[in-house]
Design a protein around this ligand. Structure first.
Ligand SMILES: Nc1ncnc2c1ncn2[C@@H]1O[C@H](COP(=O)(O)OP(=O)(O)O)[C@@H](O)[C@H]1O
Ligand SMILES: [Mg+2]
Length: 257
């Protein structure tokens, strides 16, 4: 089983969309998948077809100190992905308290994931709010691989060094993907060139292009890759899923009968 944190130094980078898409695409490739939402925005469930915010989730387990209650908050999507939302918090005070608890126990999430029994080709994907934050820190501390999403914005380039240094200091394996890419925009093309020069082979050659069909599918509670399978962005996400699947290790072949 491999744990992958989906992280970004910028908001709106596509973390929740990529987490949900990867989860579905990896499940379709035969990987058992658990998607965890370590983000108080509590929106990942909508990507899996929920119509209302999930009440129960990881946050309840954090608040009451129970190491096992989170398993009961698990939900299964139509395409076979087990996911655990963050859960609804009643007030801003709860949110502040959660932040304090996450800072006090930076390996809390890693401890929860250690309880999960999955085969070697299983994948745990963790959705996060923008880094730096205690929630993203928990996901990084739990991860075998940090998948960093980089929308081509100047402020992302400015803050990137801090993130790469923090990951290197703690010895985390990381790879980087450009998201929301519009190659016709000169600024985007220049930033991607700069990122490739800075990050070298750690920058994956499968960027996710900007596609207006992604928010439209989300608004309709549809799975984007299924609703627009021939679009550039669906092709990009398939490429990313293929890379991740290969990194995890192929599922065992069914014996021929
Ligand atoms: N490649 C993309 N092209 C167009 N819109 C996108 C793309 N990726 C994400 N979006 C949209 O941008 C918004 C933010 O995406 P989201 O996945 O919630 O980002 P994050 O979790 O990083 O904040 C959503 O409305 C989503 O549908
Ligand atoms: Mg998100």
């Amino acid at each position: 089983m491999k744990t992958i944190a989906i992280v970004s130094p910028a908001g709106g980078a596509g973390r929740s969309m990529v987490t949900a898409s990867l989860a579905s695409l990896l499940a379709a490739r035969g990987h058992p998948v658990l998607a965890l939402e370590c983000d108080p925005r509590n929106v990942l469930g909508y990507h899996f077809g929920l119509r209302d915010a999930a009440r129960a989730g990881l946050s309840g387990c954090l608040a009451d100190g129970s190491p096992t209650a989170w398993a009961q908050a698990g939900l299964r999507s139509d395409d076979g992905v087990l996911f655990v939302p963050w859960g609804e918090q009643d007030s801003d005070d709860d949110d502040i308290q959660a932040g304090k608890l996450l800072r006090a126990g930076p390996h809390w999430l890693r401890g929860l994931i250690a309880q999960v029994a999955m085969p070697a080709h299983g994948a745990v994907l963790i959705d996060t709010p923008p880094w730096p934050s205690p929630h993203a820190g928990q996901a990084i501390a739990a991860a075998d691989l940090v998948l960093v999403l980089l929308p081509p914005q100047p402020e992302v380039c400015v803050g990137l060094r801090r993130l790469t240094d923090a990951l290197a200091r703690r010895g985390h394996a990381a790879c980087y993907v450009a998201t929301r890419l519009q190659p016709a925009r000169r600024l985007h093309a220049d930033i991607v060139t700069l990122l490739r020069a800075t990050l070298g082979d750690a920058m994956l050659a499968c960027p996710v292009h900007e596609d207006s069909g992604i928010p439209e599918a989300f608004a309709r509670s549809e799975n984007f890759c299924r609703s627009a399978p021939h679009s550039q962005a669906a092709h990009d996400l398939q490429g990313l899923a293929s890379w991740v699947s290969h990194w995890i290790g192929a599922p065992p072949q069914e014996p021929e009968r």
